[in-house]
Design a protein around this ligand. Structure first.
Ligand code: ZN
Length: 133
């Protein structure tokens, strides 16, 4: 019968300190999970991409990979990888290429091949810019 007044809970609590939001401010690079590079072959594990060949879902942190996960390129163990920090945070370079090419109908694995190929082409193109000088 005597229900407690629930109106009080609806009143916004203005006494919460604003500092909480400020202290959480980080750069994009700091928010993104770190990538790990294979010291043996240079392959980079990017958490947001995962590892198609190793059946690792995109979004899996390197530290969450099973201990028997191997480098998909050269096959070394996780211990051969080093933390190189977040690599995929601000630039969005590969994603922009996707838009231009209109490859949305391709399967993820086909996309990956295209993305890595595009990255390679982009890198060559980038180098060629130096030649113009
Ligand atoms: Zn490797």
């Amino acid at each position: 019968m005597n229900e407690p007044a629930k109106k009080e809970q609806l009143v916004p609590d203005e006494s919460q300190p604003q500092e909480q939001t400020l202290s959480k401010e980080k750069t994009l690079a700091e928010q993104a999970p770190p990538s790990y590079e294979c010291r043996s072959c240079g392959y980079t594990y990017v958490p947001s991409k995962g590892d198609n060949q190793g059946n690792v879902a995109a979004g899996t942190l390197f530290t969450e990979l099973s201990n028997d996960w191997r480098c998909p390129v050269c096959g070394v163990r996780k211990t051969q990888f080093i933390n190189i920090g977040a690599q995929d945070a601000p630039s969005g370079f590969a994603e922009n290429l996707d838009y231009g090419l209109g490859i949305n109908r391709l399967t993820p694995s086909q996309k990956n091949i295209l993305i890595f190929g595009a990255l390679g082409l982009g890198f060559i193109f980038f180098l060629s810019l130096y030649g113009l000088n």
